[in-house]
Each structure stands twice: as structure tokens, then as C-alpha cells.
Design a protein around this ligand. Structure first.
Ligand code: FAD
Length: 632
């Protein structure tokens, strides 16, 4: 697309708009969209682009409610588009309401601020003025009153209500509300300092400050960090839940030696670290080492990058969001609430075409793949034994695998570390929704516990279906292809999903610093060999695996191996009858998607720049970029 070649790239979390995608993104979107119209030759645009990129990182949790897009008006193919949107100067920022109609030109954000904080506030102002229909994933932003709080737990089924006390001009409450919108079991509301009854009842003296309020009327204040103890507790909870063997995330030079470098440390006992956090307890922001390794980062250091902004505000938002996202019972939902209004607004047919972004991965495809794999493909085998049983067990165990990637986190930390930019500490191979992970985990423990050397599909199916009766432990039934949709029913779908699934797994294994370089590839080989319904495909794949798999010795090599073999298959299938004319088989990624992945040798021959391909793949298939649209 034009934007990839312009100021932004695939890793920036900014949707590229071009003549083709503009309608699908701006029209009828469930989220409001802020779009930047720029020209890549314009100096002001170049100067603004790092700010826009930081904004995208800063508000990435807000995506289901408001997302960012950009279009390079300097590209030939977008000239007409920019003209149609009435763009006269660059950069122009426009706000498009959720469910904007075709032909809507959006609202120009005149004189928009050139800093992240100002832009964030401007976006909130705009959201607050949003008319009906309100973006379904956007929580209420207005202050809550005493009366509303009194009846809150009668109408809201959440465990935690976080109240942010602040004065009228402060944006922290609304920012934290939006930061938490993708999390279940918690609601965040702002309370104005003028709400005297509540202020007196809770004895609030500081503005801003954050309180957790419980149905019983109990409340507790969220205190700023003073020790990393919750962090250690979290790590242990994780190890315990996943039956994981701790690996030594040796801080070595990256971090100071601490008395608890040994994992697990001898000084903490299980009951201590596994006890759920009592609501009255103080919550601690984990102390993280700075990259110099000289000292543990303190508050002033963590905000020094923002020194031109009021530090206390930055800290408050960061700390509140971080701590609230980690409360017991609070989980990332990964799904914007299904809006009732969409049906009537988009006039869907039975099997609607689901508009999607061609340069993104969708969780709906991954879940559909698992559904088909577990409920249809495996069902073709009445019993599993021998190598097939081994392959099945390995497949499920890789899907539930997760590791602590502390080293990776430390090494990737920018010099100006800030908790908002932190990678998750726990890296899952399959980054599924909690309910899906629960099902896979229970399937895995059941499988590992089976003593015999034979398992019937009937028994396996019982586990899948029985456990699936709980809403917290379930894999949605039926296919719902998005990025893998074909222009006709016989195109794409499942095989596309299988490729996507294993690309994601290989990338996630790399991020989690798995210990066996071939783990994901040999799992895929086993699955495809024993179960993949397309038998010819399986034979071809086995041939490739026999030839080159033994040379894969690093996790990066594994990611690239799969990419290369997939391209070989694409090459073989280009122009075949099975090719969807709307999705031609190309050597992937195209130069539009990743310009730096390609170079031309002196003799004019094409050449892949493999380092660039690797970093492209690591970003493209990373868990953070997977879109959760169209999930049930
Ligand atoms: P797919 O090839 O399924 O790709 C899915 C998505 O992955 C693409 O949309 C793109 O976003 C991304 N992608 C494309 N190339 C790469 C790459 N190199 N690296 C990373 N990501 C990429 N069909 C046959 O007719 N004969 C075969 O022998 C055959 N062998 C197969 C072997 C395996 C293991 C699998 C999983 C499938 C095989 N298929 C075969 C099916 C075929 O490869 C396609 O999956 C199917 O035709 C659907 O194509 P698609 O357009 O959805 O893109």
C-alpha cells in the first residue's frame, strides 16, 4: 500500500489506507477512526510522524473504540482519494465517527496538538462528543455519581469497580477507562472532586487518586509502588498454573544481581505467593531494572522521557492502568462487546463478507482453524495410537505452552523504559483468549494423563464438549473466516488457517525463547503428516521436512524455514485451479508490504533481505498485532 512506502510501516499499529482499503476501514467501522492525511515529501509530516507513531503505541489498548489510520497523499494511486476527502494541506487529521456512512468526509481536527498527550486529550474530547451510535466497545466516559455507584453492582456483573477521583480538567480517569476497555471483570469510572458525598465517605484528599470499591461498600486505595513483591507472586502463580519449570532468566549484565536470582528462590513459599491478593492490600508496581543495570528503576527515572509533561499525571495514568490490568480476576477479553446495532446498520446476508485488513492476522481465523482441526479433522480418526498419538499429544501441548521471557523483555527494553511499553512477561505460544486456553489446557492435562497407548476420538470429543459447557472453558463452534475468507466457498479457509496458526506459533516460540529450535516445526510436521486432510499437501510437506528440517538450529531459523517453505508452496501453486483469483499466490511478503525485505542484485536478480524478513515476520505474526474483530 502507499503508506508502507511512506512514513509508516507495518509495525507501527497504524492502519494504512489506500484506494482499495479506504472504504472498508472508514465506512461503517465499529470503532471511531482518526486518519492522518499526509504527503511523504512534506517536512512537517516527516516531523510529525514519530509523534503519531508514539500516539499509536500509547493508545493501542483503545483500538476497539478508536483506531489510527494514515494515508500518503503523495502516492499516485491515492491522489484521487485525498481529493475526494477534501484534503488541502498536510498533515490533516480527521476524526471519523463509528459507523460513518459512505461519502462521509470526517471531521477535521483543526490546529491539532503536536504532542502525544495533547492528541490523546483531543481524541477523548472527540469521543465524548460522539453522537449515536456510540462505538460499542467504548465504555462510558462521563463522571459517575453517588447514586449510580449505589446501584452499580446490581446492573453490572464485574468484580472490581475502580474510581478515579480527579478534578474536572483532568483526563486521567478517562484515559485509564480506555486503557482498561479490553479487560473483563473491571469497570473504571471517574469521580469529580466536587462529588462531596463520595469524597467525604472515602476520605479522599488527593486528586487524582484511585480507589477500588466493592459491593459490600468496602474500599481500598491503590498505592504507588514500593516493592516488587506482587511481581514475584505473579510469576509464581504463572509457574504454578502452567506446571512450568522455571528457567533462569539470568539478569547477568542486563540487571543487577539480586538475592532472588535463583528461580524459584528458596525464600518464598508457595502459600505466600499463591494467596490471592486481599482487596485491602496495597498493589505494587513491579520494579524493573533499567538497561544500564546499575540500579532498579525508580519513579523519576521511569518518567524522565516525558519530562516536558507533568510527571505526576503520566505516572498516575501509567501506574493505575498497569496495576488495574493485573488485579486478580481481571483478564484481557480480546473481544469488543458484540454490538446489537451492527446487524441493522450493515444489512448482512446469511454468510456476510467480513471486511478485513489484508495485512493483519485475525484471531477469528485461528479459532476457526482450531475448531475445524479438533472437531472435524481429528474426528476422521476413530483411534489414535503410536506415532499419531504422540503427534496429537505434542500438538495440544505446544498449543498450551507458555514461557517466561524475562530476558527478552529486559533486552528489548528501550533506554527510556516505561511500563506501558513493556512486552508481556508471560509469552504464550498460542496467544488465545482465556476461555479457549482453558479448554486447551484441560484437554492437554487429560491427554497427558492417559496411561494407555490408545485413545479413541470419542473419548477426546467428550472432553472437548463436556468442558466446553462452561463459558470460561470453551472453543467457539463453527467457522468464521476473516483474513482467510475466500471469494468462493471452496477457496482458502482452513488451509490458510493452518499456515497462519503455525506461523504464529513459530514466531511466538521465538519470542518466548523456547528451548528447542525445531519444536513448532516438528509439531507441524507431525500434525500435517498424520492428520491434515489434504493428503497430497501432507506428502509434499513431508518431503520438504525430510530435506531441510535438520538444518534448523535456532528459533529464528525456524521462523524463516516455515516462511521459505510456504513460499515454495506458493510458487508451485501460483496459477493453479485452486488459487483464489482475488488472492493470487505471491512470493510473500510483497514489496508493498515490506519494501526493505526486497533488494535487487547487480545482475538485476531479486534477493530477499532475510534479516528484514525475519523482523517483518516477528512483527506480522506477533500476538500483539492479532486482531480480535468478529469474535463471538
Ligand atoms: P495461504 O498460502 O494459505 O497463506 C495464508 C496466508 O499466509 C496468506 O494470506 C498470507 O497472508 C500469508 N503468507 C503467504 N505466504 C507466506 C509466507 N511465505 N510466509 C508467511 N506467511 C505467508 N495446496 C495445494 O494445492 N497443493 C499442495 O501441495 C499444498 N500443500 C500444502 C501444505 C501445507 C502444510 C498447507 C498448510 C497447505 C497446503 N496447500 C496446498 C494449501 C495451500 O498452500 C493454501 O493454503 C491454499 O491454497 C489457500 O491459499 P491462500 O490464498 O489462503 O494462502
Amino acid at each position: 500500500s502507499a503508506t508502507e512506502a511512506g512514513l509508516y510501516s507495518a509495525t507501527d499499529q497504524i492502519i494504512s489506507l489506500n484506494a482499495e482499503s479506504v472504504e472498508t476501514v472508514l465506512v461503517n467501522s465499529t470503532a471511531a477512526i482518526v486518519a492522518e492525511f499526509y504527503a511523504s515529501w512534506c517536512g512537517h509530516c516527516v516531523a510529525f510522524s514519530p509523534v503519531y507513531k508514539s500516539l499509536a503505541r500509547d493508545i493501542k489498548e483503545w483500538k476497539p473504540a478508536v483506531d489510527l489510520a494514515a494515508v500518503d497523499c503523495a502516492a499516485t494511486e491515492t491522489r484521487q482519494l485525498c481529493f475526494d476527502y477534501g484534503i488541502k494541506g498536510y498533515p490533516t487529521l480527521k476524526f471519523f465517527h463509528a459507523y460513518s456512512k459512505e461519502g462521509s468526509k470526517g471531521l477535521s481536527l483543526k490546529g491539532f496538538p503536536r504532542d502525544v498527550r495533547g492528541l490523546r486529550h483531543r481524541i477523548i474530547d472527540q469521543l465524548e462528543k460522539h453522537q449515536e451510535p456510540w462505538p460499542p466497545a467504548c465504555p462510558p466516559l462521563e463522571p459517575i455519581s453517588q447514586a449510580e455507584i449505589d446501584s452499580f453492582f446490581e446492573t453490572n456483573n464485574v468484580q472490581h469497580l475502580a474510581l478515579i477521583f480527579e478534578d474536572d480538567k483532568s483526563y486521567i480517569g478517562r484515559e485509564v477507562t480506555l486503557d482498561l476497555l479490553q479487560f473483563e471483570n473491571i469497570a473504571v469510572r471517574r469521580v469529580l472532586s466536587t462529588e462531596e458525598g463520595l469524597v467525604t465517605k472515602l476520605g479522599v484528599t488527593d486528586f487524582p487518586s484511585c480507589y477500588l470499591y466493592y459491593p459490600s461498600g468496602n474500599f481500598t486505595r491503590l498505592q504507588p509502588p514500593s516493592s516488587p513483591s506482587l511481581y514475584r507472586g505473579e510469576v509464581f502463580n504463572f509457574l504454578h498454573e502452567n506446571n512450568a519449570i522455571a528457567f533462569l532468566a539470568s539478569p547477568a549484565k542486563q540487571a543487577p544481581a539480586r538475592h532472588d536470582d535463583r528461580w524459584p528462590p528458596s525464600s518464598l513459599n508457595w502459600s505466600q505467593v499463591n494467596a490471592p491478593l486481599p482487596p485491602q492490600a496495597n498493589l505494587f508496581l513491579p520494579a524493573m531494572p533499567d538497561t544500564s543495570g546499575d540500579h532498579w528503576m525508580n519513579d523519576s527515572a521511569s518518567t524522565s522521557v516525558h519530562s516536558h509533561q507533568p510527571c505526576s499525571n503520566i505516572q498516575a495514568r501509567t501506574f493505575y492502568s498497569y496495576a488495574l490490568q493485573r488485579l486478580p480476576g481481571v483478564v484481557r477479553s480480546g473481544k469488543p462487546p458484540p454490538p446489537d446495532t451492527v446487524e441493522s446498520l450493515t444489512n448482512r446476508t446469511d454468510e456476510p463478507w467480513r471486511p478485513f485488513n489484508r495485512s493483519r492476522v485475525y484471531m477469528a481465523d485461528l479459532e476457526s482453524t482450531l475448531d475445524y482441526s479438533l472437531r472435524v479433522e481429528l474426528a476422521a480418526h476413530s483411534v489414535f495410537s503410536g506415532h499419531a498419538l504422540v503427534s496429537l499429544k505434542k500438538y495440544i501441548s505446544v498449543l498450551v505452552k507458555a514461557r517466561l521471557a524475562l530476558c527478552a523483555v529486559w533486552q528489548q527494553m528501550p533506554p527510556s523504559w516505561d511500563p506501558r511499553h513493556m512486552e508481556p512477561v508471560v509469552s504464550q505460544y498460542f496467544p488465545g483468549r482465556p476461555m479457549v486456553m482453558n479448554l486447551l489446557k484441560s484437554l492437554n492435562s487429560w491427554l497427558q494423563d492417559q496411561p494407555g497407548d490408545e485413545i479413541s476420538y470419542e473419548a477426546l470429543e467428550k472432553i472437548i464438549d463436556n468442558r466446553a459447557q462452561s463459558p470460561n472453558t470453551t472453543l467457539p463452534q463453527g467457522a468464521r473466516w476473516v483474513g482467510c475468507q475466500g471469494s468462493q466457498p471452496h477457496f482458502r479457509g482452513y488451509p490458510c488457517g493452518v499456515w497462519t496458526l503455525f506461523h504464529v506459533l513459530s514466531v511466538q516460540a521465538k519470542k518466548a525463547e523456547g528451548t528447542d529450535a525445531k519444536e513448532v516445526l516438528s509439531t507441524m510436521r507431525g500434525y500435517v503428516h498424520h492428520f491434515f486432510g489434504c493428503r497430497q499437501c501432507a506428502e509434499h510437506f513431508e518431503e520438504m521436512a525430510q530435506k531441510g528440517l535438520s538444518e534448523v538450529n535456532t528459533l529464528s531459523a525456524a521462523v524463516l524455514w516455515l516462511w521459505k517453505r510456504h513460499n515454495l508452496v506458493n510458487n508451485r501453486l501460483a496459477g493453479a485451479l485452486s488459487e483464489d483469483p482475488n488472492f493470487p499466490k505471491i512470493q510473500w511478503p510483497s514489496p508493498e508490504m515490506c519494501p526493505s525485505c526486497h533488494s535487487v542484485m547487480e545482475n538485476g536478480e531479486h534477493r530477499w533481505n532475510q534479516d528484514q524478513v525475519l523482523s517483518f515476520l516477528l512483527s506480522y505474526y506477533s500476538s500483539q498485532r492479532i486482531l480480535t474483530d468478529y469474535l463471538e
